[in-house]
Design a protein around this ligand. Sequence first.
Ligand SMILES: [Zn+2]
Ligand SMILES: [Zn+2]
Length: 312
Amino acid sequence: MELRGCVTLEKVLVTAAWPYINYLPHLGTLLPLLSADVIARYHRLKGEDVVFVSGSDEHGTPIEIEAIKQGISPRELSDRNHKVVSKLLKEYGISLDNYTRTESPIHKKFVIEHHLKIYRNGYIFTRIMELPYCSTCARFLPDRFVEGTCPYCGYEGARGDQCDSCGRLLDPTKLKNPHCTICGSTPTIRKVKHWFFDMPRFTDQLLKYIKSNKQLPDNARNFSLKMLEEGLKPRPITRDTKWGIPAPFKGAEDKTIYGWFENVLGYVSATIEYFIRKGEPDRWREFWFDKKAKTLFFIGKDNIPLHTLILP
Ligand SMILES: [Zn+2]
Ligand SMILES: [Zn+2]
């Protein structure tokens, strides 16, 4: 039944958190997808214009490390796991319109263009950082490439970016007894240039957005307001790794874009990809720019700031 033309259908974009595929997902990974599936079906039954997207999140250090351990390339590992996950989702009958991946050429192109735009508009600056460097592996050790003892709780298996025991975000240079995850050597600290996103400049706009958005659940609103009150910090958006989307900034040719800043853009690129395949390459805009269009995110609690502060 074609209703378009006589009445305007409500547009609903349904999204679910992208599974990170360093390992094959467990049932818990399916939870946001399953909840999103129920809602997508409900809105379709109401006759609304629904697009339901998700995809495999495949960049970042956990996949790189797992691939090194298995003696294969990150691309081989993520190709293999993406295939299995896509098949699983089909077998579970999740009614996705597009299940894509962060290695999709459309996603990569969109992320690069988006970053160039914010770079040209002056929201990205460089700063010299101190980071652990392994001379045996001849590489910097971002995030999970370094492990050691947590300076807060004393947990011995803390990772460079976070302690799994006390949950604190960590500065990798503050780890006690640090060692390279790959070869076990003790790293030295080296200075290196990185590109930062100037988050604090968006504080007022974000405050207005969070306070006026009636659709946000209370916990998401309160959590985000608390973060804004505590003050946003500039966030490094580049990493010294080869696995990922190449950073498009002058002088950053050996770096990639940090996962947090590219994977949430996947919601947009997955919508673009879906409509390109349908032969309607501009219709994605109706779902992202039309003020009346709704977007429903099914995510875990720990992903709130990514969706309320970074994505907007
Ligand atoms: Zn700790
Ligand atoms: Zn090493």
